[in-house]
Design a protein around this ligand. Structure first.
Ligand code: UN1
Length: 542
């Protein structure tokens, strides 16, 4: 398509604090930049500098979403007939373009959702890794040849695309997660309608443009912006209208269950990556410094806004006091600020004002439950800032790190995901109790244990109900070629990433080719094998 960029990526990453003309963001439908049918827009803001508006984006209507779906349906025949190695080549080009523009995209991600530059670079790298991994999958995408039970007949299997995929992701990994979904969808020959996260429309727009620059034909990926309850819901409604063949969603468990119901009643496949209350167990045999480091990063890295962030920190009672002292020393030393201006901050602002509000509501649960509020004073403000906060607090939406202790299994805060810089700490009597606690929340996404006892590590590995487990490692930080996903309330068993994700975006087509020129009936016309009479009485041999 080769649209001329209206604005260079480097310009998109630059702040706009002085009311400079805003970027006009568009939907991309059938390769064309379009505005919302009714002309309504919303604004994307830098959460570290709220006066910095990134741009104005279309609040897509039901008709806009239907137009995007129609474009994806139209493009399906051509894209699915494109040889898979060619599809792979285009995906490889996306990876190479991302590498070329990495610094600008990273800066843009930090500007739009406030993650540190280092973490934004991780998220963009995960998207690159995904492209490079799946480029070569275009040269595999293997089926099988299978022996027939009948002569002059051949059996084989093929992977076929599902059709039009509706893609809905959260804003916390705005480069990695949509690529986890769309790249395997595309390599399998599907087309997509991508509803961008409301808090990361500009980054999504930049990524969708890069996909087109890489050589993606018009209509294969169609981007629509808007609200979850708007454009997102219209996309889900289209499942009921028979227009969508797959939904892939990352977000809350409540919304995931609703999507699962809609897809279920229409027999449409869905991939659901949902919440987590990821446990980490720390045992007496562990290397304590290492465990403190892992717990600290798991709880407060990304301001606790990963689905893999540490939820319940479960500490063996024999090391509880010592661990807590060391842990709190680190928590109190946390540097917080805008990574675009300040080096070496652990975390920046919340992803957006909405996430900030939700987090402040969520931590009230801990208070209501009667957990001990050991540390943290809500939103950081001038005059209410931790020692190592850097910058002007009121520029953005920053939170204190929060620590709640004396948390027990009967409390709601033990079970609820807080999605922000807060950790709930639980004391365990012994290994069995720790494992029980680790399994006691309704979720099962990630999990971790710190121990140097190999048997304990083994028992944890086989006893924990979770999609992912770190042994002497944190709860977050899954690599882009391992299956990512959870069990229980964390998902529906689907996985993203790695080779296994292909199962989620294709179906198996079994073909039998009858070469004999006649009708041979399976199971019925198969040669019967006569077995010979036994010549030896085996019972006498003993
Ligand atoms: C997410 O929070 O939705 O494992 C994805 C991790 C990252 C991906 C997190 N690689 O923490």
């Amino acid at each position: 398509m080769a649209h001329v960029l209206e604005t260079g990526l480097e310009q998109l990453a630059a702040e706009n604090p002085d009311g400079l003309p805003k970027i006009r963001g568009y939907n991309i439908i059938n390769g064309q930049l379009t505005l919302a049918g009714e002309g309504e827009t919303f604004i994307s803001r830098n959460p570290a500098l709220l006066v910095d508006e990134l741009g104005e984006f279309p609040l897509s209507t039901r008709d806009d979403v239907h137009e995007a779906i129609a474009a994806a349906r139209e493009a399906l025949a051509g894209w699915s007939a494109t040889p898979a190695p060619t599809r792979g080549q285009i995906i490889g080009n996306m990876g190479r373009l991302l590498m070329e523009h990495k610094d600008a995209i990273v800066a843009l991600e930090t500007r739009e959702i406030g993650k540190t530059l280092k973490e934004s670079a991780g998220s963009v790298q995960e998207a690159i890794d995904t492209c490079l991994f799946f480029q070569s999958e275009g040269r595999r995408l293997y089926g099988q040849t299978v022996n027939s039970e009948l002569p002059d007949k051949e059996l084989s299997t093929y992977r076929r695309p599902l059709g039009v995929c509706g893609i809905i992701n959260a804003c916390n990994f705005p480069a990695a997660v949509p690529f986890w979904k769309m790249i395997p969808a595309l390599i399998c020959g599907n087309t997509c309608v991508w509803k961008s996260p409301q808090d990361a429309p500009l980054l999504s727009f930049a990524l969708a443009r890069i996909m087109h620059e890489a050589g993606l034909p018009d209509g294969v990926v169609n981007l629509v912006h808007g609200k979850g309850s708007g454009a997102g819901q219209y996309l889900i409604d289209a499942v009921d209208e028979g227009l969508i063949n797959k939904i892939s969603f990352t977000g809350s468990t409540a919304v995931g269950k609703m999507i699962g119901e809609v897809c279920g009643r229409n027999l449409v496949s869905c991939s659901l990556e949902l919440g987590g209350k990821n446990p980490m167990v720390v045992m007496p045999s562990s290397d304590m410094e290492n465990a403190v480091e892992g717990a600290y990063w798991g709880a407060f890295g990304t301001a606790g806004q990963r689905c893999t962030s540490l939820g319940n920190l479960i500490i063996h009672e024999d090391i509880y006091d010592e661990f807590l002292v060391k842990f709190m020393d680190k928590v109190k030393s946390t540097r917080i600020g805008d990574s675009a201006r300040t080096e070496n901050v652990l975390y920046g602002p919340m992803l957006s004002q909405k996430y900030a509000g939700d987090f402040l509501e969520a931590i009230k649960i801990c208070e209501t439950d009667g957990a001990t509020h050991l540390y943290g004073k809500g939103r950081i403000e001038n005059g209410n800032a931790p020692d190592h906060f850097v910058g002007n607090a009121e520029d953005g939406v920053y939170m204190w790190p929060h620590v709640f202790t004396d948390v027990t299994e009967d409390m709601n805060c033990f079970h609820e995901e807080l999605f922000g810089p807060a950790v709930t700490i639980v004391k365990a009597k012994d290994f069995d109790h720790a494992l029980h606690l680790a399994n006691a929340s309704p979720y099962g996404l990630s999990s971790a244990i710190y121990t140097n006892d190999r048997l304990e590590a083994y028992r944890y590995k086989i006893g924990i109900k979770a999609g992912m487990t770190g042994i002497n490692n944190s709860t977050s930080g899954a690599e882009a070629h391992l299956p990512f996903g959870g069990v229980k309330g964390s998902g529906n068993g689907s996985r993203e990433s790695g080779i296994w994700v292909i199962e989620s975006y294709s179906y198996w087509h079994a073909v039998n080719d009858e070469l004999s020129g006649k009708l041979q009936l399976a199971q019925m016309d198969v040669d019967e094998i006569e077995m010979a009479e036994a010549e030896v009485d085996y019972s006498t041999l003993a």
